[in-house]
Design a protein around this ligand. Structure first.
Ligand code: ARG
Length: 579
């Protein structure tokens, strides 16, 4: 409707474009000022006219076309054209869209591929809260891009190569056993790694041994690789438990070890392109022209490193997937690393690197004030957080709704959902302070509040006899009237209208989140829908209203629950039907 109005306005003022009006159009701060307001000040100079007069003339023109444009009335106030839409027409259009395909979200991404590198934990190290953030943010971006039609390749770039594995093999042989590692998993691997680092200061030969084992690994020695592979299996089993709790999977687990074998060819190419410099026996790319420290490519012993494996990974992914974009979700502290890698790729003659490679950084998680269970000192395992969240949700269910069916499943959805929502609600770059009271509260901007709102909507529909609907059934499938037969004038009051307007912002929220790589845009949108819904619920009786009113309001409730559930899905959060 806005576009239609803007198209019409171009016929009223010379040398204007629809886009120009679209950018000028404001959303007034108060509902009594209309749905849109057009400030006319910027036209004054060219037209040599008082903005007040321009607003009056435009208002008169719009009024003459009101029916055609779906406008109820237009007021010219102090140089602004305040436009009031025909609420009935608007509500009808919005609800039809919300009920329609993809809930009204267009799919500009069809036919395009985006690679997403996220989670990417390190073998034999614990899956900590930082990895929980990249996992949750990356998964949400995947869902958001998928919603827009993109083909997303979910890549878990495992940290599975490096000198630390030489140390681990020595430590395993000296201080651990197959049984202990099999029983305790990563915790045992971390214990012996810490022990190695303590002992190496007392016994210099330990480092020598570790180096030898790593050399064996690089030379594909059978024993070395089989121990390393076993550490990898043990670690992946633990990571999988976290992914299962979160309901997350990946398309590729190709990690750093895969790319080490591609580094020699990379070195050749860099040499040919005159990009390599020798520095104390190591090979580097000089980036001083870009105000960056040199990018290390091979160590003095010729081995690959994190940077060169990442450069090889960019080239491999471009060739394999033909991505339009490749996103990297990691902590802010890796910013320089990615700047160096992206610059190196570009210097190799790949101009696409500039727009296609994107680092998506996030802030730290602080645990201050929160009592979190931890196994080794103050290292907090993601799995422990998720489990504790589920236990706490279960305790809340036991006191608030002990007769609930599916208690276990609901506690999982609420606990895990609460952690996810808390992680995604603020801009990702902000630091997150973890505090159980905030995470699990039923009030405010929390996962449980959103889930509770959804469950409330579903309960209203059940009570109205709108029971076992399938995912995409229309309201008319059950006790609700056909959406076309609904009298939308019953949704023109302030609370209903405000809710409908909020609902219609879904597409913009999804697009905004994708453009800025920012799931918080969707999380905030969800909160705005939930609070508009709760306001509507308190102001408009539903089940006790007249039949015609009831049908209209139920149709709105139905659209709300569908969009809420869909939007929560974009965060990776489930919504229980009952709470
Ligand atoms: N394994 C790294 C870490 O735990 C993250 C890897 C991110 N991805 C990449 N392609 N470098 O910090």
């Amino acid at each position: 409707m806005k576009t239609q109005i803007c198209n019409y306005l171009t016929t009223q003022l010379p040398e204007t474009t629809s886009e120009q009006f679209l950018t000028l159009m404001e959303t007034p701060p108060e509902a009594f000022m209309g749905d849109f307001a057009l400030p006319c000040f910027s036209f004054a100079k060219a037209l040599r006219k008082n903005p007040k007069l321009i607003a009056e003339e435009l208002a008169a023109g719009l009024t003459a076309q009101a029916d055609k444009l779906g406008i109820e009335k237009v007021e010219a106030v102090n140089g602004y054209c305040n436009i009031f839409l025909d609420r009935v027409a608007y509500v009808k259009q919005c609800l039809t869209t919300a009920n329609g395909e993809n809930h009204g979200v267009q799919q500009p991404g069809v036919g395009k591929t985006v690679c997403m590198d996220y989670s990417s934990p390190n073998i034999a190290k614990n899956f900590h809260v930082g990895h929980l953030r990249t996992t949750v943010i990356g998964n949400s971006l995947y869902k958001i891009y998928e919603k827009l039609g993109y083909d997303v390749v979910r890549i878990n770039h495992l940290g599975d190569w490096g000198t630390q594995f030489g140390k681990l093999i020595v430590a395993y042989k000296k201080w651990s056993s197959k049984e202990e590692i099999e029983e305790k998993g990563i915790e045992e691997l971390m214990r012996i790694y810490v022990k190695f680092n303590q002992e190496k200061d007392k016994d210099a030969s330990l480092m020598e041994e570790a180096r030898n084992w790593f050399v064996k690994m690089e030379q594909n020695d059978e024993e070395a690789l089989s121990i390393w592979n076993w550490f990898k299996d043990i670690s992946l089993m633990e990571f999988e438990r976290v992914y299962k709790l979160l309901g997350i999977s990946f398309d590729s687990y190709i990690g750093e070890s895969f790319y080490r074998e591609k580094v020699p060819a990379l070195v050749e190419e860099l040499k040919e392109k005159n990009l390599l410099t020798e520095s104390q026996g190591a090979n580097v790319i000089d980036l001083s022209a870009y105000d960056m420290p040199p990018c290390l490519i091979t160590k003095s012993d010729g081995g690959s490193i994190y940077h060169s494996r990442d450069i090889a990974a960019v080239l491999y992914r471009k060739q394999t997937y033909g991505f339009e974009k490749c996103l990297y979700v990691t902590g802010l502290e890796q910013s320089l690393h990615f700047k160096q890698v992206f610059t190196a790729v570009k210097l190799m003659g790949n101009d696409w690197a500039e727009d296609a490679l994107v680092h998506v950084p996030y802030g730290l998680v602080s645990m201050a004030g929160a009592k979190l269970s931890s196994r080794t000192g103050n290292i907090v395992y993601a799995e422990d957080i998720l489990k504790e969240a589920m236990e706490r949700a279960m305790a809340a269910i036991q006191t608030k709704n002990p007769d609930l069916q599916n208690k276990e499943e609901t506690a999982k959805q609420v606990g895990v959902g609460a952690v996810i929502f808390h992680d995604l609600f603020n801009q990702r770059i902000k630091n997150v302070e973890f505090n159980w009271e905030d995470v699990l509260s039923f009030e405010g901007t929390t996962g449980p509040y959103v889930q509770y709102t959804y469950a409330r909507a579903k309960s209203i529909l059940r009570k109205a006899g709108f029971g076992d609907e399938t995912e995409d059934s229309m309201p008319c499938d059950n006790a609700l009237a056909d959406i076309a037969a609904i009298n939308y004038k019953h949704l023109a009051d302030e609370a209903s209208y405000a809710l409908v307007k909020t609902l219609s912002g879904y597409e913009a929220a999804v697009q905004g989140a994708a453009e800025r790589y920012e799931p918080s845009v969707v999380a905030r949108y969800i909160i705005s829908v939930a609070s508009a819904f709760n306001k509507f619920y308190h102001e408009c009786p539903i089940l006790n209203a007249s039949e015609e009113e009831k049908q209209a309001r139920l149709a709105l409730v139905d659209a709300v629950q569908k969009v809420l559930k869909d939007a929560c899905g974009l965060l990776g959060m489930e919504c229980p039907e009952e709470m």
